[in-house]
Design a protein around this ligand. Structure first.
Ligand SMILES: Cc1cc2nc3c(=O)[nH]c(=O)nc-3n(C[C@H](O)[C@H](O)[C@H](O)COP(=O)(O)O)c2cc1C
Length: 205
């Protein structure tokens, strides 16, 4: 299996990093594109360097290398993840404004009718963001907000991250074991309840 993985400058670099780790472990061929803003979020949000991410990918491509093989539809892939996907990158994809390699690879994925999954992250969402999401959905992409659920009683941030990454991998057809799949309410209730902090006394606004 061969996937393009784009990491843009939305918060949540950890989602992209975790996806790369899992795909690496599964032996999936990955073509990584990091935007300039993503390099900033990786620095700000993690202790990793660009080289650590590049090591996890089969091949890394420069964001401005528009001659790269993944810029062409004739180079076959099984799809593309943009994880996390910023509102700027979403806008570029929605309008077909392919002025960097990530945007071009996404454009190619759509035009070749391959699976494109955008793990968007922003809050709150403006009408512009929502309309761009509707546009890419109409064009065949999957908008998958970085929005974990809590009915399985996640205990750690890693579990929350794995849940989002697992859903994204499901959408590109990668078999994995990141998710605890819903098996009815009993499964969820069998988890040890989290230790809760006592709520602090309410403060006046
Ligand atoms: C720490 C940090 C967090 C950010 N978080 C978000 C975010 O969650 N969503 C978003 O759309 N943009 C976010 N941004 C802004 C984008 O990085 C910015 O719009 C950038 O131009 C996106 O470029 P790219 O799409 O080429 O990566 C964040 C920026 C920084 C520095």
């Amino acid at each position: 299996m061969r996937l393009v993985v784009g990491i843009s400058g939305a918060s949540g670099a950890v989602y992209g990093i975790r996806a790369l780790q899992v795909l690496h472990g599964l032996g999936v061929e990955t073509h990584l594109i990091l935007t300039e803003a993503a390099m900033e979020t990786v620095k700000l949000e993690t202790d990793l360097k660009k080289a650590d991410l590049v090591r996890l990918a089969t091949e890394a491509h420069k964001i401005d290398d528009i001659t790269s093989k993944i810029a062409s539809g004739s180079y076959k892939t099984d799809g593309m993840l943009v994880i996390p996907c910023s509102m700027k990158t979403l806008a570029g994809i929605a309008t077909g404004y392919s002025d960097n390699l990530l945007l071009r690879a996404a454009d190619v994925t759509i035009k070749e009718r391959r699976r494109l999954v955008l793990v968007v992250r922003e809050t709150p969402l403006s009408l512009i963001h929502l309309e761009n999401m509707a546009t890419v959905t109409r064009a065949g992409a999957v908008v998958l907000p970085a929005m974990p659920s809590f009915y399985q009683r996640p205990r750690t941030v890693d579990e929350l991250v794995d849940q989002v990454v697992g859903k994204a991998l499901d959408m590109v057809g990668v078999e994995h074991s990141l998710l605890r799949r819903w098996d009815g309410p009993r499964g969820a209730q069998s988890r040890t309840p989290q230790r809760r902090r006592r709520p602090s006394p309410s403060r006046s606004a």
